[in-house]
Design a protein. Structure first.
Length: 462
């Protein structure tokens, strides 16, 4: 298994010959900038390379494979599980130069992009042509399609439209040996052999380096209607989520904030909350004008007797105002504690009320502060255990709470990660969900792609 702490000077030189010396950094400052992702975990690489083409990527991998040097692909470093952190050093492959939207093909409703394209840029390019790329992680203004593919990113609209994997129909990728493969199709259907494209999606940069992606697009919905609803507490909001999802209506988003998250978010943006508000839902419907309105009317009728206050708008600017409260939350939580352990658990949506109650019970039993928000409509609740990582005792107690949270989620028929992946942070817990045999089978798949273990080593598997 690869895992070097230094790499020899001749490798740096060869990287310069392959990608151009101006695209290779091996100095302390240049490497430090690529040592973190959004988890704030640190692992300093020995070199950073910004390749400009698939051919360069293939040559870099081939060199690294020959010399047993770890290679860590990196998009924008916005990952929340440590996937892009070079925990064993080696070479970071950064795709900032490979950020071209190769085509938006309106006749076949597909887009072909390089991995470094920022998600919001693809969405804007699709919208210009009346098309829609629905996956919308909260980080869409800066994360990349390559990172989305590797993490199978979800987002607010996953409830109605699905996650990144539902839009990747084909891709090109370089294997650790340097060999380039094409997986999947450019057509609406395809079933020739195993579906390697779907296997590579969500593989967290451990099987292959994705060099080009073909994505399905759909027609842009004509109308979007946004609702915010305030509730007395998490239980009432959780019951409202379950009621909406058990009805014939399908919102495109159904986002949730508990009382603490709501208070922190409102404080950050100076929003005046209604009296007694202890939880919040943000709901959107879309489609034709009539359909979006019909869906929203139905949902409103379901919530009228449950909510303290409901606001609805069809106006884009007013909707952006309503979203501010939801979007301000994640960062606002740092006003409550210096750190948070942010888990992205999922439970079957009918069990959301039980999950929320259970997280509250764990918090009071273990004396921890647990704050919940997220994509409740598909059961994907971000559970934040607030802590101070510089205090080892406090961190240990917070980790106990994380373990209990995962135990509850699995008992409710859920999963420990809906969209952030295992990476480094959930590595100690993967065995809670997968059996030893399942982990062994996955490791065998990894070794077929990467027999020398050079690609993103130390991730996913304990
Ligand atoms: C404020 C905020 C909000 C967020 N909201 C959401 C959300 O709603 N939904 C969600 O799913 N996530 C969310 N995230 C997490 C994160 O943005 C996603 O996981 C995103 O997909 C990571 O993209 P990236 O370009 O930053 O990838 P990075 O963090 O750089 O890398 C992530 C993984 O992808 C691998 N990788 C990157 N490029 C390639 C490639 N070309 N080939 C192979 N492997 C590659 C890396 O090795 C790593 O394992 C959020 C993060 C933040 C900070």
């Amino acid at each position: 298994m690869a895992g070097t702490e230094t790499i020899s000077g001749d490798i740096i030189e060869k990287l310069g010959v392959i990608a151009g010396a101006e695209n290779v950094a091996a100095d302390e400052t240049g490497c430090l900038a690529y040592a973190y992702d959004a988890t704030r975990l640190k692992g300093t690489p020995n070199a950073v390379v910004r390749p400009g083409s698939e051919e360069e990527i293939s040559k870099i991998l081939s060199l690294a494979n020959e010399r047993g040097v770890p290679v860590v692909p990196r998009g924008a470093g916005s990952g929340l599980s440590g996937g892009a952190v070079p925990s064993r050093g080696g070479i970071v492959l950064s795709f900032e130069k490979m950020n071209r939207i190769i085509s938006v093909d309106t006749e076949n409703r597909i887009a072909t992009v390089q991995p470094g394209v920022v998600t919001a840029d693809l969405q804007a390019a699709a919208e210009e042509k009346g098309l829609f790329y629905p996956p919308d992680p909260g980080s869409l203004a800066f994360c990349t399609i390559g990172g989305n593919v590797a993490e199978n990113a979800g987002g607010m609209r996953a409830l109605k439209y699905g996650v990144t994997r539902d839009y990747v129909i084909g891709l090109r990728a370089a294997l650790p040996s340097g060999e380039v493969i094409r997986a999947g199709v450019k057509t609406a259907k395809g079933v020739v052999g195993y579906d390697l494209a779907r296997l590579i999606v969500g593989s967290e940069g451990t099987l292959a380096v994705v060099t080009e992606i073909t994505l399905r697009l759909i027609p842009l919905p004509e109308k979007v209607i946004t609702m915010t609803a305030f509730f007395a507490g998490a239980r009432q909001a959780g019951e409202a989520v379950a009621a909406v999802m058990a009805s014939p209506f399908t919102p495109r988003c159904l986002e949730f904030l508990d009382g603490e998250a709501l208070g922190a978010g409102a404080g950050k943006i100076g929003y005046a909350l209604p009296e007694g508000a202890g939880a919040f839902l943000l709901i959107e419907t879309d489609g034709s004008q009539d359909e979006a309105a019909r869906q929203m009317d139905g949902i409103r009728a379901l919530l009228n007797n449950k909510a303290l206050r409901i606001n609805i708008t069809q106006d884009k600017a007013a909707s952006a105002e309503l979203w501010k409260l939801r979007r301000s939350t994640s960062q606002a939580l740092f006003s409550i504690a210096p750190h948070k352990i942010n888990e992205d658990t999922v439970v079957p949506v009918s069990r959301v009320p039980e999950a929320l109650e259970g997280f509250g019970e764990i918090a009071s039993r273990l004396g921890q502060k647990i704050i919940c928000f997220g994509h409740a409509g598909d059961g994907n609740i971000h559970v934040n255990v607030m802590t101070d990582k510089s205090d080892p005792e406090r961190l240990k107690e917070a980790e106990k709470a994380v373990f209990e949270v995962f135990r509850l989620v699995l008992a409710l028929g859920g999963t420990i990660s809906g969209e952030h992946g295992i990476g480094l942070t959930k590595l100690p817990y993967i065995g809670m969900e997968l059996s030893a045999e399942e982990i062994e089978l996955q490791k065998k798949i990894k070794s077929v792609f990467d027999p020398n273990g050079i690609l993103n080593p130390g991730k996913i598997f304990p």
